[in-house]
Design a protein around this ligand. Structure first.
Ligand SMILES: NC(=O)c1ccc[n+]([C@@H]2O[C@H](COP(=O)([O-])OP(=O)(O)OC[C@H]3O[C@@H](n4cnc5c(N)ncnc54)[C@H](OP(=O)(O)O)[C@@H]3O)[C@@H](O)[C@H]2O)c1
Length: 452
């Protein structure tokens, strides 16, 4: 695995920040809403930093279609991805938080100044940052412990707290310096897939199913889901549960997806397949209305021999920033849980779906909802042990899946983004993108200086 080059000279300190911003759909024409702009603004000195704030140098970040979906849903009234990091104010660039948004990214950074009593300079952090050189973040006065700290965002619903958490690498049981790049790329996607698979497994795959169909099968979220199902089947159900995993992808991505070896079969999503009498679960990662309509029509046919048990909406790779119908995407909370204390002292938790009972039953998966239930069912040690095992397996298995590609420097990052947006198929599936707004040499130097 290649790394950012390490150099011995230290980074020349600059008080200027560069941040990648996007026009809000509400304040631009649809054709220009995916056009990015690099905004330069000044950052405060250590003395100017307000009490409770930190100045973070964002060293590097992972970029995938997940971030494009954040952008497309930046102003969506439920998702509100533009409400995590406000755009800077720049009169020369005509940018304000009202006209532009900042797409959140998962990345690593180093604290370069701190006005918070429990956060020290030099510490290495992992969190929900921004494509910027620096970020100025408030840290909750009370919510900074040995393992993590939180950015207070009272304007957002409480279920977004997972995005506010910043991990302290020195105490993170899943952290190693060698796996930082794979972590940025896979951590947010893999845990969604892992917990979604766990959610379905806990319902016995909705009373048992023979096939799991997954759209946008070449995406990391989709193939991590297939990987997690395989692992579960291997570990727990080997004899009694024999599900087949079918991937649907675009024609050009068939080879890549088949070579992963994570699906039993892979098909072009524009061709219909026949199948025998069986029960299916459909995991929709594409969010392609035409494809979904075809799939539902197929199963609804009076001649269909198989049954679609549930459609789970997990992603929207086909949703482009600026699409005017993005705001119409509906969000429903799926899981209603109730917990009862048994005489034995054990807590039993049951959950039910609140999705309307009309076929096709479509549910959205949001991991914080399911994690809240799992925390009542499992001890923290059980959860941590399961996660450590799953993560170690992933880190061993994933390096061959995609090739890491490094993009350094703000202008190069912007060019990479624009290139991806102008390609009709979006991000190539075999690419694992690691970006830095810094040039490679300076990033290497800073990482080398970070304390652990
Ligand atoms: N629910 C959640 O909490 C959650 C969490 C993580 C991710 N997700 C979602 O999962 C999806 C996948 O994210 P990822 O980061 O894993 O993706 P990724 O690895 O970057 O996926 C790349 C693949 O997505 C499809 N794609 C990308 N751009 C496209 C375009 N413009 N037009 C058509 N297809 C395009 C193509 O797959 P095909 O050719 O196979 O279609 C492409 O090979 C995203 O929508 C993301 O938001 C949801």
């Amino acid at each position: 695995m290649s790394e950012f080059p390490s150099v011995s000279n230290s980074i020349p300190f600059t008080t200027m920040n560069t941040i990648l911003c996007f026009p809000r759909t509400s304040s631009s024409s649809p054709s220009s809403s995916s056009r990015s702009i690099l905004v330069t603004n000044s950052i405060p000195t250590s003395e100017e930093l307000q009490r409770g704030y930190i100045l973070l140098q964002v060293d590097k970040l992972g970029w995938s279609t997940n971030n494009v979906t954040y952008q497309a849903l930046g102003e969506h009234s439920h998702f509100r991805y533009y409400d995590f990091h406000p755009a800077p104010i720049s009169s020369s660039a005509s940018v304000t938080p009202q006209t532009h948004g900042v797409v959140p990214v998962w990345g690593f950074g180093t604290i370069v100044a701190s006005a918070h009593p429990r956060v020290t300079v030099g510490e290495r952090l992992y969190g929900y940052f921004a494509p910027a050189k620096y970020l100025i973040l408030p840290i909750d006065e009370k919510d900074a412990n040995k393992y993590s700290m939180y950015v207070p965002r009272p304007h957002l619903p409480a279920d977004r707290k997972v995005y506010n958490q910043i991990q302290r690498c020195s105490t993170d049981p899943l952290y190693t310096r060698e796996t930082e790049d794979l972590t940025m790329l896979y951590r947010p996607l893999f845990w969604t897939s892992y917990w979604c698979q766990d959610w379905l497994a806990c319902s016995g795959y909705r009373g048992g199913c023979d096939y799991i169909l997954i759209s946008s099968a070449s995406s990391k979220t989709a193939f991590c889901f297939a990987y997690c199902v395989r692992k579960r089947v291997e570990k727990e159900h080997q004899k009694s549960f024999n599900v087949r995993i079918i991937g649907l992808t675009s024609k050009g991505n068939l080879d890549f997806t088949r070579k992963l070896g994570l699906y039993d079969e892979v098909y072009d999503m524009n061709k219909s397949q026949s199948e025998s009498q069986s029960k299916w679960i459909y995991i929709d990662v594409a969010g392609n209305q035409a494809l979904n309509s075809n799939i539902h029509t197929h199963f609804a046919s009076p001649y269909a021999v198989s049954k679609l048990v549930v459609t789970v909406s997990l992603g929207m790779t086909n949703l482009a920033p600026g699409e005017t119908n993005a705001e119409k995407i509906e969000w429903t909370t799926n899981l209603k849980s109730s917990s009862t204390m048994q005489d034995s002292g054990r807590i039993t938790t049951t959950y039910s779906s609140s999705a309307a009972g009309f076929w096709p039953l479509t549910e959205q998966f949001f991991s914080p909802e399911w994690l809240a239930i799992r925390r009542l069912q499992l001890t923290s040690t059980q959860m941590l042990d399961a996660q450590k095992e799953a993560w170690a397996d992933l880190m061993r298995d994933c390096p061959s899946w995609v090739k890491l590609e490094y993009v350094y420097g703000a202008e190069h990052v912007q060019k990479a983004y624009e290139g991806m947006m102008s390609s009709s198929g979006g991000l190539a599936p075999d690419k694992g993108w690691i970006w830095s707004m810094w040039d490679g040499a300076s990033v290497g130097a800073e990482i080398g200086k970070a304390k652990l």
